[in-house]
Write a protein that binds this ligand. Structure first.
Ligand SMILES: [Fe+2]
Length: 200
């Protein structure tokens, strides 16, 4: 169960619309390393995680990624508010506009719609945590790239906050990995899955 708080985890106050920026930032909604993939990855993986504290980490971070999805949606919405058709055409936002007007739709920067194939839920603690650590670094790199492409401080500020959270999540998953490994056979802690014996 979730409780919805009617405010963003981090404020977004963009004064100057910029459709070209919106066109690339949308990738953190529905792209391969975006917030929707992150939240769905962790909130699905948590069910089969055998250690309650690691399950808690997946629930916490998966929930926070939903809040990040909301922040990215607010950024894209504010960047595309009040644009003229001329600006939409000039910025290259016309390919998005034709399908979605200025509605928020989860897709990658190149226009590919979100797909669940961006994530995995393997039911193996080691496999899932390694994927999660890689996912956090990929998300961090994507924010680095976005920050390189944008020059408005009102846009860079929330992007920097989101980038920082990916670094924190990577760290927390690193701690979770240690917990998982401490519970496994110390001679073979990359391969052995106690859940498998239980299921069999
Ligand atoms: Fe994250």
């Amino acid at each position: 169960m979730w409780v919805y708080e009617k405010k963003l985890e981090y404020p977004v106050n963009i004064k100057i619309p910029n459709a070209a920026a919106a066109k690339v930032i949308i990738t953190q909604m529905g792209g391969p390393d975006g917030e929707l993939a992150a939240s769905m990855r962790y909130l699905n993986q948590r069910f089969s995680m055998p250690y309650s504290d690691v399950k808690g980490v997946l629930t916490d971070i998966g929930t926070e990624e939903l809040a990040h999805l909301e922040i990215v949606g607010a950024i894209v919405y504010q960047l595309t508010k009040g644009l003229s058709i001329e600006e939409i055409k000039r910025s290259g936002f016309d390919t998005y506009f034709v399908d979605h007007t200025t509605g928020i739709y989860p897709q990658a920067a190149a226009g590919v719609p979100f797909t669940a194939s961006y994530l995995q839920s393997k039911g193996d603690a080691i496999t899932d945590i390694f994927e999660d650590m890689a996912a956090e670094q990929k998300a961090r790199t994507t924010y680095d790239n976005l920050i390189r492409l944008v020059d408005d401080p009102d846009v860079i500020d929330p992007l920097k906050f989101l980038r920082e959270r990916e670094v924190v999540h990577f760290q927390r998953f690193g701690e979770a990995l240690r917990t998982v490994q401490e519970n496994l056979n110390p001679k073979n802690f990359y391969a052995y899955n106690p859940e498998f014996d239980r299921v069999r």
